[in-house]
Unconditional design. Structure first.
Length: 879
């Protein structure tokens, strides 16, 4: 591009256009070079077509057609890219009115050229509807869509029918099926279903080459008939043809053809999803479809196809659980009952090949992880079944399977120390775990019978892990059935001694659930559990320590008020003792990190031991916090240069303030001194973080805070602020980049969202009214002029940079979910400084790379911006 001196650009032939054409027309160019050239040309036509004068578009079109015809016998990827080029040119070349007629006449001369024509027909709707960056206005694009798609739908239908009947090979062409799929939204569905094309699609399922395309085409047809009332005639025509495919399910199983079975499952499941409301309305009519989907699940021994049906079962459950469809629920109950059996069977781990029980997946960790995730998805289907046929019936199936295994294998397992066919008992236990969320506390004896059964199963690593996890899912039920608590606790405690680390971790998690949900039942165990807790501290991993501590804290919190201090001390003192020992010897980074992890346990106690104490009475938890405060302060002072330890100590103090609120007043003088001294010495942000908690809880509007305390807090806050500002003044500008502007260059959504929302909040203080809500009256509070001016002065210095980064971020790098907040920032800039913001935007547009916007787009955008800025400026003058 070249400038003509007044800021506009004139055309100069870019080399990319000529070089790509030279490669595409060269007989000596390699396929790789031609593919690269075709891809480059696609990008040029999509994004840079404005570089060409309009009179050159027709020669470009004609040469493209000739190149495409010549490429008919070449590699398919090149043809596809050239067809995309032609489609994008057709969209933008609005004066080209006979697109379909010209392409067909140019490419209908022989079989190879027809393949190009079909490829063009395939990509055209996708390019029009998927919205590439094309320099057309919304109105122009909408008009072009009508011209290219809607007005050509009838002709395309005739072409596709004609081609499908031209030969046996044509009727089984994947390209034909892909074309039909692309045009389904444009051609009336009833026209397709009542044409020979439907039989062509069904017949293509018998072709290995066309099978996948036929499955996709049928699935797309179903999706277009989701409006079942409008599509009733179409569905009536489709349904018998689909049900006629059912015998192929057994055939695919017999031939061990997993791909065909997966495709058939998709066909039936997609139909079920699209017509699910009809399945609920007319269960007698549509039951064969549900039976076909169930059969697909049953015959899928490799578990490759069953996942395709999960959405269908969920959607059907959503309807059947409505009161309006109670009759349908009863009629489908037997099928959902069979579905439970199928799912539990598929939950089984594979048998070990070669007898190696330690490696069930032959070293394929990815496959093992996929299977574990897949089991949880099947567990969700079991939950759906519980909602349809009732959780008791589902649990009874689990109970019967486990009981049958015990009868068959239990004695043998006890005799030789191994667990034969453990997969057959582990799967139903997993199903029990999966269905736990569906069991209410009021459920009767079935859960109790299951618990009695599973805790007696012989030890096997995976079976024991699953049993421990399953018990943890029924803690709310146990809270209402205390007679079952003792046997479960004994089982969980024994699991802490297990050889398998995964079982120990499961025990920690389940124990936490028992403590929290059954705290009222377990508060009497407070003394017995202390020795166990102290022993476990040094044996468990960090996360398991936290889980067990959280559970113990829940039990302490249920103690009578007069016993909370002693219980808190009994459990937390061992943690403090270990902290003191670690602090005396820690010298390496791992040892210091272990101190930080141990401090997290103190935070957990403080978070969860929050007794209710009448105002004016001593809080027993605060009493203990006063005892350990000097120890925490000593650790903080000893590790001033260790950020993790400083952050954990500050977190403990912060959590104390939030948990015990104004009851922490006796500790405030010591705490304020430590925070002030710590921040002054280290400049660590954790000290300000803890300071924030004090200011929040002890502000002048806080409950039960006397004026003297409020004044002391104000002076403390002032001191921290003074130290912070002095710390900033000691830094050079190079060491102190603008955090907001720098954050706008990030790519991660969370920090970007936080930055943009901060900007919106900050800019709101540049307006006439305070953005904060006022509960005292109905009118807005006026914003002091000095606050407005401070915001405006900051904007005059930094606004252009912020505008550039927000604008370019919206165009190129911001995640989609950040766009609303980014727009809000630009709007807020306009409301504070309308004329300046318009100038900054104009400058930003001028800095964009050539081709980012056409001259017409740029002028239209800037004109709208200037009009908006003038309107806002006029509004400000009126005020």
């Amino acid at each position: 591009m070249a400038s003509n001196g007044n800021g506009t650009q004139t055309f100069a032939p870019p080399e990319a256009w000529t070089s790509t054409y030279a490669i595409l027309q060269s007989a000596d160019a390699t396929p790789e070079a031609k593919l690269f050239a075709a891809t480059t040309l696609k990008g040029k036509i999509t994004y840079d077509l404005h570089q060409l004068p309009r009179e050159q578009l027709q020669p470009l079109r004609d040469s493209l057609l000739s190149i495409l015809a010549a490429a008919a016998t070449g590699p398919k990827p090149i043809r596809t890219q050239l067809c995309v080029c032609l489609a994008n040119l057709a969209i933008q070349m609005t004066e080209w009115k006979d697109v379909l007629q010209l392409v067909v006449s140019s490419l209908d001369s022989n079989a190879q050229s027809v393949a190009c024509m079909l490829e063009f027909l395939h990509v055209l709707p996708e390019e029009v509807t998927e919205g590439r960056k094309i320099a057309l206005s919304e109105e122009e694009l909408e008009e072009r869509t009508v011209e290219l798609l809607q007005l050509n739908a009838d002709q395309v239908l005739k072409l596709l029918i004609q081609y499908s009947q031209s030969s046996v090979a044509a009727a089984k062409s994947p390209q034909l099926l892909n074309c039909i799929t692309s045009w389904l939204r444009e051609i009336p569905m009833n026209d397709i279903v009542n044409s020979p094309l439907l039989d062509t699609i069904i017949s293509a399922l018998s072709s290995d080459e066309a099978f996948e395309s036929a499955v996709e085409c049928l699935s797309a047809i179903y999706r277009e008939t989701r409006e079942v009332d409008e599509s009733a005639p179409t569905i009536q025509a489709l349904f018998p043809k689909i049900i006629a495919l059912r015998p192929r399910i057994a055939q695919a199983e017999a031939e061990e053809d997993t791909e065909v079975l997966k495709g058939l499952t998709r066909i039936f499941a997609e139909a079920g999803e699209a017509w699910v409301v009809l399945l609920a309305r007319m269960p007698d009519n549509f039951r064969p479809l549900v039976e076909a989907i169930l059969e697909c699940c049953s015959r899928d021994h490799e578990k490759d196809a069953i996942g395709v049906s999960f959405v269908f079962w969920y959607e059907l459950k959503q309807y059947l659980t409505l009161d309006n469809y109670g009759e349908a629920r009863a009629k489908y109950a037997d099928l959902f009952s069979k579905l439970v059996d199928i799912m539990i069977h598929h939950l089984q781990f594979p048998k070990a090949e070669g007898g190696n029980e330690e490696d069930l997946f032959q070293g394929d960790r990815e496959q093992e992880e996929k299977f574990r995730e897949f089991r949880h998805q099947m567990g969700d289907v079991l939950k759906d079944c519980c909602e349809v046929i009732g959780v008791v019936e589902c649990l009874k199936k689990t109970h019967d399977l486990i009981q049958e295994w015990v009868k068959t294998n239990g004695a043998q397992a006890s005799q030789n120390g191994t667990v034969p066919n453990w997969q057959a008992v582990e799967a139903p236990i997993f199903s029990m775990r999966a269905m736990g969320r569906m069991v209410g506390p009021e459920e009767g004896s079935m859960v109790g019978n299951l618990i009695q059964l599973i805790v007696q199963i012989p030890d096997h690593d995976k079976v024991r892990f699953q049993t421990v996890m399953a018990l943890g899912r029924y803690t709310e039920w146990t809270a209402q059935h205390p007679e079952s608590l003792e046997i479960q606790l004994q089982f969980i405690m024994a699991a802490f001694e297990h050889r398998d680390i995964e079982v120990v971790r499961a025990a920690a998690l389940s124990f936490s659930y028992f403590c929290k949900d059954c705290a009222d039942l377990m508060k009497g165990y407070i003394n017995q559990l202390q020795n166990i807790y102290v022993t476990l501290l040094d044996r468990l991993g960090t996360s398991s320590q936290a889980e067990v501590t959280e559970g113990i804290a829940a039990i302490i919190n249920k103690q009578p008020l007069g016993q909370i201090y002693s219980a808190f001390k009994m459990y937390c003192d061992p943690v403090i003792d270990r902290l003191k020992t670690q602090a005396q010897t820690a010298s390496t980074d791992p040892e210091k990190l272990a101190i930080a992890d141990r401090l997290d346990l103190i935070c957990i106690f403080v978070d969860n031991i929050v007794p209710y104490v009448e105002p004016g009475n001593e809080n027993p938890a605060v009493k203990y916090c006063q005892e350990i405060f000097p120890i925490l302060a000593t650790i903080q002072e000893a590790f001033m240069k260790n950020t993790p330890i400083i952050e954990r100590v500050c977190r403990c103090w912060r959590r104390m303030i939030f948990s015990y609120r104004t009851a922490m007043a006796p500790v405030l003088p010591m705490l304020a001194n430590k925070l002030a001294a710590g921040f002054s010495a280290t400049r660590q942000g954790g000290f300000l973080w803890a300071t924030d908690a004090i200011v929040r809880e002890f502000s002048e509007d806080g409950e039960h805070v006397d004026p003297a305390t409020s004044q002391a807090i104000f002076q403390f806050c002032e001191q921290q602020t003074d130290t912070f500002l002095h710390a900033l003044s000691d830094l050079t500008p190079e060491e102190l980049p603008d955090a907001t502007s720098a954050s706008l260059t990030l790519l991660k959504e969370e920090p970007l969202t936080a930055t943009l929302r901060f900007l919106r909040d900050y800019l709101a203080y540049g307006s006439e009214e305070l953005p904060t809500s006022s509960f005292g009256g109905g009118s807005l509070q006026s914003n002091p002029k000095e606050v407005q001016n401070a915001v405006k002065q900051t904007l005059l210095a930094q606004g252009e940079t912020v505008t550039q980064r927000v604008m370019t971020g919206m165009m190129y790098s911001f995640p989609r979910d950040c766009q609303p907040d980014a727009s809000g920032v630009l709007l807020a800039l306009f409301q504070v400084l309308p004329q300046e913001t318009a100038q900054w935007l104009q400058a930003t547009i001028g800095m964009l790379p050539a081709g980012s916007m056409t001259e017409q787009e740029s002028q239209r955008f800037l004109s709208n911006i200037n009009q908006y800025a003038c309107l806002l400026s006029f509004s400000h003058l009126e005020m």
